[in-house]
Write a protein that binds this ligand. Structure first.
Ligand code: 5GP
Ligand code: MG
Length: 181
């Protein structure tokens, strides 16, 4: 498949099929289910929009504990380049105070978004924060950050699909594909 990026044709290669993603999500859910909240309170699933929308929707269906769903919008990317500057596009719900929170992210790249969110959640005073990321780019980490649950580790290439966009497009692809060249 070819797509246009900044007026240029770029090749796209499927990295993870719909079936592979589905199977891995069942595995991640099993890992999360093995770690219920210590006090039996509902786990607050904090979906980082828009990228983690599809991942979170599929993941929560396999969680066997009481859950609540919240969302936050942050932005760090323009095109295929990280701006390095994280913007909170929606307020974090104050009711997260004292709660056990599972942050659901599409992908960890530099890790700046996660570091930023961790600081914000610490300020609110969450009881605990864990991170589930569908994708992780270990080679791109700028800080010492580790997700608690990772779907797939990948290289540095920009990826699209299954929630991940390129300037707002391609989130609806059922698979994850990398943009080549
Ligand atoms: P970080 O703050 O870890 O550098 O970047 C995290 C955010 O950047 C992700 O939640 C995602 O929105 C965006 N991002 C990072 N890498 C990619 C990528 O390869 N493809 C897309 N579509 N978004 C990415
Ligand atoms: Mg994101």
């Amino acid at each position: 498949m070819k797509i246009k990026v900044g007026g240029q044709d770029r090749d796209v290669r499927v990295l993870f099929s719909e079936e592979q993603i589905r199977a891995r999500i069942v595995g991640i859910a099993k890992e999360i289910n093995a770690n219920p909240t210590p006090d039996g309170s509902a786990l607050v699933v904090l979906v980082v929009l828009h990228g983690a929308l599809l991942f979170a929707a599929d993941l929560v269906r396999h969680l066997n504990m009481p859950t609540e769903i919240e969302s936050v919008r942050i932005r760090s990317y323009h095109g295929t380049q990280s701006t390095g500057k994280i913007e909170l596009m929606s307020e974090l719900p104050l009711r997260l105070k004292g709660r056990h929170v599972l942050v659901v992210e599409d992908i960890i790249d530099s890790g700046r978004s996660i570091v930023f969110l961790r600081e914000e959640l610490n300020q609110i005073g969450v009881a605990s924060m864990q991170i589930a990321a569908l994708l992780d780019k270990p080679e791109a980490h700028a800080s010492d950050i580790q997700a608690d649950y990772v779907g797939f580790k990948i290289g540095r290439n920009f990826v699209i699909g299954y929630g991940l966009d390129l300037d707002g497009h391609y989130r609806n692809l059922p698979h994850v594909a990398e943009v080549l060249g």
